[in-house]
Design a protein around this ligand. Structure first.
Ligand SMILES: [Zn+2]
Length: 134
């Protein structure tokens, strides 16, 4: 079992998907403001906490992507787990950006930045809970 997040938001102006994870969020593609917010960060932290307790790692191994939010979560699982496994520690932010460049195509650079922002919020929460250390 895993904790999935069945959510997506589509920009009313440009049609790109993103996660309005905080009040006053704007589309990372065109800057148009979102008309809703979604508590993605606490949900993602809960999902990660579950995987750590259940599987002793962040990526649960099998992760069926059922929504856009799940897709974002998978990028984040991958970054957190692979960073933990690397021996020669490079700067976490640099590492995360490299992984996102591999996983998200060049024409969606705005999405890389969006995931990176979300990742930073999640890492902050995980560190507070003592679940992750950079
Ligand atoms: Zn937009």
């Amino acid at each position: 079992m895993t904790l999935h997040i069945g959510y997506q938001y589509v920009c009313k102006k440009c049609g790109y998907k993103f996660i309005p994870y905080r009040e006053g969020a704007e589309c990372p593609h065109c800057g148009f403001p979102a008309d809703e917010t979604f508590d993605f960060i606490p949900r993602a932290v809960k999902s990660i906490e579950f995987n750590i307790n259940e599987y002793e790692r962040i990526h649960p191994g099998v992760w069926l992507v059922g929504s856009f939010a799940d897709e974002i979560l998978e990028h984040i699982f991958e970054i957190l787990d692979t960073y933990k496994k690397t021996y020669t520690k490079i700067d976490f932010d640099e590492f995360a950006k490299l992984v996102l460049e591999q996983r998200i195509p060049d024409n969606e650079d705005f999405l890389r930045k969006h995931v990176f922002e979300i990742l930073q919020e999640i890492v902050k929460e995980l560190e507070k809970k003592g679940l992750y250390k950079i």
